[in-house]
Design a protein around this ligand. Structure first.
Ligand code: ASP
Length: 423
């Protein structure tokens, strides 16, 4: 069985067994020993431990892998011009794909009207945490202390530090060559570790999904069904129409190999709802299966996992329309443009960890004078949507990596089209 299939089977099993466990645990008459077995030993014990250890082992790789891989990538670039060109292309594509994603979300939200007729029932007052002002976000990109940046897992600061070291290595003659080789060795070793962890991914995914379903299920749906459908449809169009079209027309590449090879990464992002923890797998898939050269992938992927969140932007677009409709506050064209702008900013400011997109949504709502408490309306169903949008977030990063690599002659076409390269 291919890895994709193994992960899918693990997910299905986890959903079924987890839901059964949740149902059984909710029964009023349940023998004590059964509760102990299901809840303490299995649910809260073995499975949670397994899932968390798996997630931790991937997260532990993120900082060293991003740092080492990016240093390797940058020190191979011999002219500063090409580095600048690549960064510019990446940023433009990231902004454009995100703006496209929100526009799509707003369009569907305006047509399907998911919030019209929703009876507003607040689950208590919701006070969102203050998002960081944009100015501070920009200043914060530059590290004062690289060790602290690594210890805190501050990806943008790690990226800036790695870029600087990489450039310095490439200009340091013989000493630079020795150190560069050293980094390349580290890179191979870390990539090997990613491969080893992928082998146990189905078990890890099983544990993560089982605990989710056994503990909380996916929340109540009722009134929010149309909201969920709208978000899902926009995510699907982005993933299965917009991205393939971009690959076809911007990169002149057949989209099918891409869609097939990115699937395990999507499944992993789906089950963990964090694009940051998915970085090692995205990097592995993009470099070793899609044929993107390390000097492009090592820059584009970690940066994307931190700032490029097309799926999150889609949720924020639909959520804004939904809340406006639920409160009966119509949005005009000016508001829509404002949402495109602020949701692009908000998705850049969203960290690649579960649930943050909902916090930065407050920024968008405030800009168009909608009640921030409206977030309480959708919080109940956010987990499932978070999983789906994270899968799209990582796909968007990989698409941009392929397009940039293609335009920089840094794509191994034979590897891209090679049919079977499962993990
Ligand atoms: N969970 C998302 C991610 O990691 C961020 C979000 O939208 O909450 O990509």
């Amino acid at each position: 069985m291919t890895l994709t299939r193994q992960i899918l089977v693990a997910m299905l099993l986890a959903v079924v067994l987890g839901s059964v466990a949740q149902y059984v645990l909710a029964l009023p008459v349940l023998p004590g020993f059964l509760r102990y077995l299901l809840q303490d030993i299995l649910g809260e014990g073995l499975v949670v431990i397994g899932g968390q250890i798996f997630l931790a082992s991937l997260k532990l790789l993120v900082v060293p892998l991003v740092f080492v891989s990016l240093v390797c990538g940058v020190c191979q670039v011999d002219d500063a011009g090409s580095l600048g060109r690549m960064s510019l292309k990446t940023l433009v594509l990231y902004l454009a794909t995100t703006a496209l994603a929100i526009s799509l979300a707003l369009f569907l939200g305006a047509i399907w009207q998911p919030g019209t007729g929703v009876k507003m029932q607040m689950d208590g007052a919701y006070a969102p945490p203050e998002p960081m002002p944009l100015r501070d976000v920009l200043i914060d990109i530059f590290p004062v202390n690289p060790v602290a940046a690594m210890a805190e897992g501050n990806m943008l600061q790690v990226i800036v530090f790695a870029l600087l070291i990489g450039v310095a290595i490439s200009r340091s003659g013989e000493a630079g060559q020795r150190l560069g080789q050293h980094f390349r060795d580290w890179d191979s070793v870390l990539m090997r570790l990613v491969g080893m962890l992928m082998k146990v991914a189905p078990y890890g995914v099983f544990c993560l999904m089982y605990s989710l379903f056994a503990r909380q299920g996916l929340g109540t749906v009722n009134d929010l069904l149309l909201y969920m459908l709208t978000v899902t449809a926009a995510l699907a169009v982005q993933g299965f129409v917009v991205y393939p079209l971009l690959l076809q027309f911007l990169a002149r590449l057949p989209p099918l190999p891409f869609l097939r090879k990115i699937r395990p990464v999507q499944l992993f992002a789906f089950s963990t709802a964090t694009s940051t923890a998915t970085i090692p797998l995205t990097l592995d898939a993009v470099e070793n299966r899609l044929g993107v050269d390390n000097r492009v992938a090592s820059f584009v992927i970690p940066l994307g996992a931190t700032v490029n969140m097309d799926g999150t932007a889609i949720m924020q677009g639909v959520a804004t329309v939904f809340i406006a409709q639920a409160y009966g506050l119509p949005l005009d064209m000016d508001d829509y443009l404002m949402v495109v702008l602020t949701a692009t900013m908000a998705s850049i400011g969203t960290a690649g960890v579960p649930g943050v997109g909902l916090i930065t949504l407050a920024m968008v709502l405030q800009q168009v004078n909608l009640p921030v408490e409206g977030i309480a309306l959708i919080i109940g169903v956010d987990r499932l949507l978070d999983m789906m949008r994270t899968a799209i977030n990582v796909t968007g990063d990989a698409v941009v990596a392929v397009i940039v690599a293609r335009s920089e002659q840094a794509l191994d076409l034979a590897l891209y089209s090679k049919s079977h390269t499962d993990f």
